[in-house]
Every structure is written in C-alpha cells, then in structure tokens.
Design a binder for this molecule. Structure first.
Ligand SMILES: [Zn+2]
Length: 90
C-alpha cells in the first residue's frame, strides 16, 4: 500500500487485475453559499442548513501528485507531477 504525501490517499500500485494504477490527487471541492446576505466559499463540512448552496468550487490541490506519464509507449517519460511524493505504508 502506498500513501500519497500530497493528499493522504492510499492506494495499491498494482490492482487486483494486475494493471498498474497511476495515482492522481483529486481536486479540493469547496462550496459557494449565500449566508446572511453574503456569498462565501466554505469547506463542504461547514455548510449550514440555513445556507443557500450556490455551486461547488473545484480548486487544484497545491503540490498535487499525478503519476500518469507524459508521452506514450517508447516516448513515455516521467510522471506529470511528483507533488510531495509517496511512500510505502509502514
Ligand atoms: Zn494524492
């Protein structure tokens, strides 16, 4: 099991089907709400039942990791973004 140091995601580098998994961090999703006459962007767990939910706001994660490679076949190169790296689960 690997742990992504950018997002905390845990994943197996090889799936049960034997196919390699290339981790890519998910974006951060916050919510734009109207609260007491003002528009705010808040974390999803901070939305109140009295808020008017306007839209999700998708933000690229700083230092995101994307293990997918540039190019194809013999031209494939290094991962798209190393982010903060990954380590084996202790
Ligand atoms: Zn990640």
């Amino acid at each position: 099991m690997r742990i992504c140091r950018s997002c905390g995601g845990r994943y197996e580098p090889i799936g049960r089907d034997g196919v390699r998994y290339f981790h890519a961090c998910p974006p951060i999703v916050r919510v734009r709400v109207q609260r007491d006459g003002a528009e705010l962007v808040v974390d999803r767990d901070q939305v109140r039942v009295t808020d008017t939910r306007l839209e999700d706001v998708v933000i690229d994660r700083p230092n995101h990791r994307n293990e997918n490679v540039r190019g194809w076949g013999a031209t494939a190169r290094s991962s798209i973004s190393d982010g903060d790296g990954a380590s084996d689960e202790p």
